[in-house]
Design a protein around this ligand. Structure first.
Ligand code: FES
Ligand code: FE2
Length: 376
């Protein structure tokens, strides 16, 4: 890649997503015996739990006249539509039409495969026959099921922007110095050399800093003794929509402190063409119990939200022809993300049009490899 490359900008208008893929749709604690709607990949999804506690995800549209089922009510484990009272069991099959005895044999709503893992719910929006739970990222690796760390769910941040903008934001460390000035960083992330590594579906970006001053917030958060640290900043991207921002600190003057690990885990889920959710969780060596810790992190992620919504609005105002982008070397990871997603969508489309079942894409794209090489 040359230092500066012009690319046509088509991203914020893009409305397609890989469907044969697992996405976090909710924290476990959000879904209970009340009917709840959340959009995912442009589909309205109804979420609830059966009396036994099993989480259920159904297409949230009554096939009779199109009323959202989430506006109805739950009778036992059965959803009753709020318009004409048709009833659907937890498999999505219509079991009652109040105005007649017979129920049309094929009347049903789609039930999405759903897996409850750690403290969130993973949904599969594509071909149910391909919904292999083994494709969900390993939660021990994420830090959420690592016995040496304390993990907890934090919050959901909805952003009114295309999901690719959110994915790119999370693989891009160079904005930390400017957009989040003074929060995570003492001003040296943007210019620090980075190492890119790939292990299967994991893409890892590593930056290391030696003997640097520690921001007061981090010092307090990690109960550090001194004011200088060695620090690794690792951005891990698991199968495109799961991110772990790993901060690993050691104190050169107090080696007895050992290693302090702080993992910010973010699942990114498209709601629709211009909406995306970020589900934030934390896994830490020492649980951060300061009263404002969640608000502090939310403040930082809201800075991203403001930026991404402004970029989306600019695109909407000017249109794609007047929104060219100039990419630089540091954008290699973002460009890799774009091309991998475009290839996943293309592969799904191609197999669907061939009449064959789409397969989840697990291999690395040639374009991604080329862009990594250029980056090194
Ligand atoms: S729209 Fe649902 S019962 Fe008529
Ligand atoms: Fe950010």
């Amino acid at each position: 890649m040359t230092d500066q490359v012009e690319k046509a900008c088509v991203i914020p208008g893009m409305a397609e997503y890989p469907r044969n893929h697992w996405y976090v749709i909710a924290f476990s604690r959000e879904v209970g015996r009340a009917l709840m709607r959340r959009d995912c990949l442009g589909d309205p999804v109804l979420l609830y739990r059966t009396a036994e506690g099993e989480p259920i995800a159904l297409f949230d549209r009554c096939p009779h006249r199109g009323m959202p089922l989430s506006m109805g009510r739950l009778l036992g484990d059965v959803v009753q539509c709020g318009y004409h009272g048709f009833e659907y069991d937890s498999a999505g099959v219509c079991i009652k039409v109040p105005s007649q005895d017979a129920v049309p044999a094929t009347m049903c709503v789609h039930r999405y495969p759903l897996v409850e893992k750690w403290q969130w719910l993973w949904i599969w929006m594509g071909d149910p026959a391909l919904a292999d739970p083994a494709l969900i990222p390993d939660h021990r690796e994420l830090g959420l099921e690592d016995p040496s760390l304390t993990s907890e769910p934090y919050f959901i941040l909805p952003i009114d922007a295309n999901y690719l903008l959110a994915l790119e934001n999370l693989v891009d460390a160079t904005h930390i110095t400017y957009l989040h000035e003074g929060n995570f960083d003492t001003g040296n992330v943007a210019a620090a050399p980075a190492r890119l590594e790939q292990q299967g579906t994991l893409v890892r970006m590593i930056r290391e800093f030696k003997n640097e001053p520690v921001p007061p917030m981090i010092r307090e958060m990690l109960s550090l003794k001194g004011d200088r640290v060695d620090r690794s900043l690792i951005l891990d991207n698991y199968s495109l929509n799961m991110f772990v921002v790993r901060f690993i600190f050691t104190e050169p003057d107090y080696p007895e402190t050992g290693e302090r690990v702080n993992n910010l885990v973010i699942a990114v889920t498209p709601g629709g063409p211009k909406s995306v959710y970020q589900f934030a969780a934390m896994a830490q060596t020492i649980p951060d119990r300061r009263p404002n810790r969640i608000q502090e992190l939310e403040t930082v992620l809201r800075q991203d939200k403001v930026a991404l919504e402004a970029i989306q609005q600019m695109f909407d105002q000017l249109g794609p022809e007047r929104c060219p982008e100039f990419s630089v070397k540091a954008d290699a990871n973002s460009l890799r993300t774009r091309s991998m997603i475009a290839e996943m969508v293309e592969a799904e489309r191609a197999t669907e049009s061939n009449g064959a079942r789409p397969k989840p894409l697990r291999r690395r794209s040639d374009r991604a490899v080329a862009s990594e090489r250029a980056f090194r």
